[in-house]
Write a protein that binds this ligand. Structure first.
Ligand code: FAD
Length: 505
């Protein structure tokens, strides 16, 4: 293996679907260093990749995306997502990804919450993310991309404000790599909450790095909670997911007394968009004083469950429950960040030389609530878009004095997680959010503290409810809030908000 260079064209931070897609798209034209700090969410993805092709219409996919996003999506970027998606999926297959197929050889497509028709392509039953990750990683390994393991702990910034490189911690060493462009592909913020479906590597470093460099965040209040994490009895750390596709096959949610939760609440019942289902479960648990509800798949044919959901079955077996023959305990958990670092549709942030892609970025495709299985797709589509943009034009080399912007450390990570989980979960209100802000005052300015404050200031500012932001003191969507919440750092390095009326970019 050749040593990682200390000067390169592009550094990509993060080796999930978004970072790998970006690196792969750049490999033929640019020198690339790809840095990862362990597996992020990508290999854990279960349900699949949504793609409208054949007898399905990308415009129907766009419509479903916008309905789930509570009308808060950027329509041009949604169009790019749904129209470019099938082509990216075909390329992934050409790179060797093996998706599940029907007897006649066609791709097997399933239904998930919020989709008007079956358009979710999956692999290994419910092991789609692992296959997407494997195929992309193998493809990148065949290129000249330099891969490196380490945590990016800082950015290099020129006097004129351009981002011109990174600082990477590898063991006891901190390595400096200069680059004409830095692409953040660091995933979401799961580790800022006590319980999440995300692995512990997903801790919002990219959000904190971007803020430190002077970039804006947008829509940080829209944190998606997955309705059905397996209730293992653990209240912290990564919880196993029970994919929505189980409900797509016919499973239903029941309260502790066995009554259907979603019947009559939404025209799509158990397959309503995630925010609707998560809120219904939260309300049911609060009413019943319970820490879980039941998911009942006993009416689904055991063969279907065995074939489609081996990962879920294995997770259930680990806690001694059997999806085939009994109800399993589930509860909502933090899952996905719909907002993030504000970018244009080619990943450019408002800081020269700094780009963002994948879950860390906010292109507006998810609006106020992400449609199921649109996230792997986002990584594939927007990873390629960033790569295309940086192939056509690299930012000019910025010479002169360079300063180091460091992430710093969190002294009280557990306290931060507790505060965020208590006050900025599925249900929020002004009094709680003010208490969160007060409590976060004394936790320093490390990355998790910065992420938590960004969520809290955005959630405090938005005095209405839409998508996955639900304020019990402002329970309705209010057209006065048809605007995006932008977060930046103030002079004391504290996140602060303003609202913008216009489109995202
Ligand atoms: C359990 C689960 C199931 C899901 N199911 C689906 C699904 O079926 N369909 C779908 O579309 N989406 C699904 N999602 C969401 C989807 O998996 C993620 O949104 C998507 O994979 C994010 O990809 P990413 O490349 O942006 O980030 P990630 O895959 O999270 O990768 C982040 C990368 O950044 C690296 N990193 C982070 N910080 C640093 C740092 N400081 N320095 C260096 N590297 C760093 C990590 O090591 C990792 O390599 C699921 C998510 C989870 C958790």
């Amino acid at each position: 293996m050749t040593p990682v260079p200390d000067v390169t064209d592009v550094v990509v931070v993060g080796s999930g679907v978004a970072g790998l897609s970006t690196a792969l798209g750049l490999a033929a034209t640019r020198d690339v260093v790809l840095i990862g700090a362990g597996d992020g969410s990508t290999p854990w993805a279960q349900g699949g990749v949504s793609a409208a092709y054949g007898d399905d219409d990308p415009l129907d996919h766009a419509h479903d995306t916008q309905v789930a996003g509570a009308g808060f999506c950027d329509p041009r970027n949604v169009r790019a997502l749904v129209e470019e998606g099938p082509q990216r999926l075909a390329e992934l297959i050409a790179h060797g990804a093996r998706f599940d197929r029907n007897g006649d050889g066609s791709l097997s497509r399933t239904l998930e919450g919020g989709h008007s028709r079956p358009r979710i392509v999956h692999a290994g039953g419910d092991a789609t993310g692992a296959e997407v990750h494997r195929a992309l990683l193998t493809a990148v390994q065949r290129t000249s991309v330099h891969m490196m393991t380490g945590r990016t702990v800082g950015l290099l910034q020129s006097e004129s404000g351009s981002v011109v490189g990174v600082l990477v911690e590898t063991g006891a060493e901190v390595v400096r790599i200069e680059a004409r462009a830095v692409v953040l592909a660091t995933g979401g913020i799961g580790n800022a909450y006590l319980a999440s479906t995300n692995p512990s590597t997903v801790r919002g470093d990219g959000i904190a790095l971007a803020l430190r460099a002077g970039a804006s965040l947008v829509d940080m209040e829209f944190v998606q909670f997955h309705p059905t994490a397996l209730h293992t009895g653990e209240t912290a750390g990564q919880l196993p997911l029970v994919t929505e596709a189980v409900r797509g096959e016919g499973a239903v949610l029941r309260d502790v007394d066995g009554r259907r939760i979603m019947a009559g609440r939404h025209p799509r019942a158990d397959l309503a968009p995630r925010d609707v289902v998560a809120r219904a479960i939260e309300a049911t648990m609060r009413r019943d004083g319970s820490d879980h509800v039941w998911l009942d798949a006993t009416a689904v044919a055991p063969d279907v469950l065995r074939k489609r959901f081996p990962t879920v079955l294995a997770s259930c077996a680990r806690i001694g429950v059997d999806l085939l023959s009994e109800q399993i305990p589930v509860a909502p958990a933090e899952h996905f960040l719909c907002g993030g670092v504000r970018t244009d549709r080619n990943g450019a942030t408002d800081v020269p030389g700094l780009y963002a892609v994948g879950e860390v970025a906010a292109t507006g495709v998810h609006g106020a609530n992400r449609l199921a299985s649109n996230s792997l797709l986002e990584g594939l589509v927007f990873g390629r878009r960033v790569a295309t943009a940086l192939t056509l034009d690299l930012p000019a080399k910025d010479l002169g004095h360079v300063r180091e912007l460091m992430l710093g450390d969190d002294r009280q990570p557990e306290r931060i997680r507790t505060i965020l989980s208590k006050y900025a979960g599925i249900r929020r209100d002004g009094a709680g959010l003010n208490a969160a802000a007060d409590e976060l005052d004394s936790v320093g300015t490390g990355p998790l503290a910065t992420v938590a404050r960004a969520v809290v200031v955005a959630a405090t500012a938005r005095q209405d409810s839409r998508g996955c932001h639900w304020r019990s003191d402002y329970p309705q969507a209010d057209e006065r809030w048809d605007r995006h919440t932008v977060v930046r750092l103030d002079q004391d390095d504290r996140p602060t908000t303003r609202q913008v009326q216009t489109d995202l970019v």
